[in-house]
Design a protein around this ligand. Sequence first.
Ligand SMILES: Nc1nc2c(c(=O)[nH]1)N[C@H]1C(S)=C(S)[C@@H](COP(=O)(O)OP(=O)(O)OC[C@H]3O[C@@H](n4cnc5c(=O)[nH]c(N)nc54)[C@H](O)[C@@H]3O)O[C@H]1N2
Ligand SMILES: Nc1nc2c(c(=O)[nH]1)N[C@H]1C(S)=C(S)[C@@H](COP(=O)(O)OP(=O)(O)OC[C@H]3O[C@@H](n4cnc5c(=O)[nH]c(N)nc54)[C@H](O)[C@@H]3O)O[C@H]1N2
Ligand code: SF4
Ligand SMILES: [Mo]
Length: 726
Amino acid sequence: MRTAHRTCPICDAICGLRLTLDDDGKVTSVVGDRDDPLSKGYLCPKGANLGRLDEDPDRLRTPMVRRGEDWVEVGWPEALAEVDRGLRAALDDHGRDSVAVYFGNPTYHTMAGFMYRQPLSQALGSRNIYSVATIDQMPKHVACGLMSGDPFAVAVPDLDRTDHLLILGANPVVSNGSLCVAPNFPGRLKALRRRGGKLTVVDPRRTRTAELADEHVFVRPGTDVVLLFGLVHTLFAEDLTSVELEVGGLAEVRALAAEFPPSLVERVTGVPAATVSRLARELAAARTAAVYARIGTCAVEFGTLTQWLVDVLNVLTGNFDRPGGVLFTRTAAAEIFRTGVAYEQGRWRSRVRGLPERMGELPVATLADEIETPGEGRVRALITIAGNPALSAPNGPRLGEALRRLDFMVCVDPYLNETTRHADVILPPPRILETPHFDFLEQSIAVRNYTRYSPVVLPLGEGRLSEAEILAHLVLIVSGHGPDTPPAALDEQIIGSLLTAATQLPSSPLAGQDPAAVRADLEGDSAPEVLLDLLLRFGPYDLTLAGLRENPSGIDLGPLRPRLPELLCTSTGRLELAPAELVADVERLRSRLVVTPPEFVLIGRRNLRSNNSWLHNVGRLRGGSNRCTLQVHPADVERLGLGAEAVLTSAAGKLTVPVEPDETIMPGVVSLPHGWGPPGPGRRVAAGQAGVNANALTDDAVIDELSGNAVFNGVPVTITAAPGPR
Ligand SMILES: Nc1nc2c(c(=O)[nH]1)N[C@H]1C(S)=C(S)[C@@H](COP(=O)(O)OP(=O)(O)OC[C@H]3O[C@@H](n4cnc5c(=O)[nH]c(N)nc54)[C@H](O)[C@@H]3O)O[C@H]1N2
Ligand SMILES: Nc1nc2c(c(=O)[nH]1)N[C@H]1C(S)=C(S)[C@@H](COP(=O)(O)OP(=O)(O)OC[C@H]3O[C@@H](n4cnc5c(=O)[nH]c(N)nc54)[C@H](O)[C@@H]3O)O[C@H]1N2
Ligand code: SF4
Ligand SMILES: [Mo]
């Protein structure tokens, strides 16, 4: 028996875990690590089942190559040679843009994803770079980029100190938070109330988070932008603003908000006018307050405007970059990416729909167009890394069909699933416990400055490739070095370029040092670990990888402190409240206000015992409330005469779904979770309770135009009773 410390890699809460393993390396128990200064022993049912997830017999262990309809297990050299042939054929015959790449959600957690994402995108040289960002948080990045110049400067609510928290479109009691790393989010919300603070939740469902709150406000899906404009309106109208930063665009924001009096807000959002004004007054009156909004306000038609107004409110109430309000994390090992180079957007456009690039990416909502539409620059080959877009992208079934038409597809994924079934080659990463772990990105949006590193628990067997090595080979293949070149030189090049930056930047703790000497000092069992050692030394806390190894439960680096001036990189040198692009998009909003709202709209939801599409194969996590049902208000069930099943129709598709009458949801709104659907051939447990693909209904033709983000919430649908017993 032995104990291992491990950060849970599943969701954004990055809980510290303690695993017990028997002599065969099998996980016999998982508990929360009480010594972790951030998660303090918390874990959820998913983390508790990490061993079962990791030991899933359906997880692929060797590369798979598809021959016709059959899958054949092959060795790594053969698989990489196949990838080289497939990608080279596209690149040589049809040019760089003919190969696309899609980075999925787990690439935000893996060290390999962090290290090789940029090198792979750069080496590919294609404009067809896609990621989960445009089906998730891109609106936030764009709003931050336009306001502060740094799209990564995402302020997090100071959960543990705030006196007043207004949450819109997030259900952290279930999701454990996102773009706000706060393990035991529910406990932190309870603590807020215990210390006399107020929690208000705006959501079309009375969620578990809403139940824990002082107040729950129902809102019509997709209309938060108008609600927030109403709050801004009241702050100005009643002279309640207290701006404590030097900002630009105040007068413009005031003029825009003047168009949104509470009476109009009530008509559009369903929130009573008196409530709108009161929410604003409460925000202004609180000693400190934070507005926090997530996926229910991002994956909507006006996602970017909504994210913008969230921070406008934080600024207007004097809570931006202030303890108790919203603050920026100072991370142990990712400060080097605060480049000080001002955000630019729209540097190129997609071929078919002419959609502008954001942060070097095109919208996932147009990937199917780029594969299907003939012509110069058509996408013929695709690399996916840790993604399942056939289930997670808008109009997923259309994308799934498009994947079948590719000349070549390679997936880096541990499962044969709904997406990877269309691949020619699947390259499986090793198990979680065979992989070192460090959350570069998640640690940069935590509610306290904190760091923790998890070394490999189980050795990687002879002849196996780490995920880092797999991705390095892909970089080498797309840059024409073939399948057999060892990654060492590439790794040195990546580390070397950061080393140069780290020794040249005047503000760096390594400034002026000899790069070769610094390099000689670096340690690590793998390239990403060496990179980590470098970034820790470059970071603000005088840390090293060896120091992190000595603290396996993680290190508390103190509460968040104001730091906006260091991050700002607008051309004016101040925070801009009314960037032209955002102001221009208000016109699109105006034109929507006169459109009659649909009778029914669809929203999403999450379940505590699931995570997007990839945990359904763990038997212990299935069943109970973790089901793919359509929640409908009982009054609507009655009015529509619905029985056990309903037929849902949208502009994109049609689904027959089991109906779950649910009085916590607003009439006129129905909810269906994503990540379900007829499972790929390789997940036997998941096949037992498949569910439907919610993204058969979401429309890839509709996006948040400013960010290119997909729209998953507020999707117009019609509902009829399915034939069968009532
Ligand atoms: N258990 C579990 N945890 C997860 C995940 C998971 O799948 N399962 N996924 C992880 C990922 S990738 C992410 S991004 C995060 C997401 O974390 P959250 O943003 O907290 O996600 P949800 O739980 O879906 O909560 C979104 C809420 O928005 C509401 N909503 C829908 N439309 C609207 C609207 O128009 N306006 C408002 N105000 N509310 C609306 C929904 O009713 C729902 O309660 O969760 C992460 N954590
Ligand atoms: N309708 C609707 N659709 C949505 C959402 C919604 O709220 N409603 N939410 C959106 C959001 S917020 C997100 S984040 C996306 C998720 O979209 P995706 O990232 O495309 O999908 P996931 O289901 O997270 O798939 C993760 C994949 O990574 C694999 N994987 C797991 N661990 C590893 C690893 O260590 N290495 C590698 N290489 N692979 C690994 C899994 O097997 C799985 O295939 O879905 C989006 N889609
Ligand atoms: S809350 Fe998230 S990080 Fe924590 S144990 Fe659960 S899945 Fe893992
Ligand atoms: Mo997400």
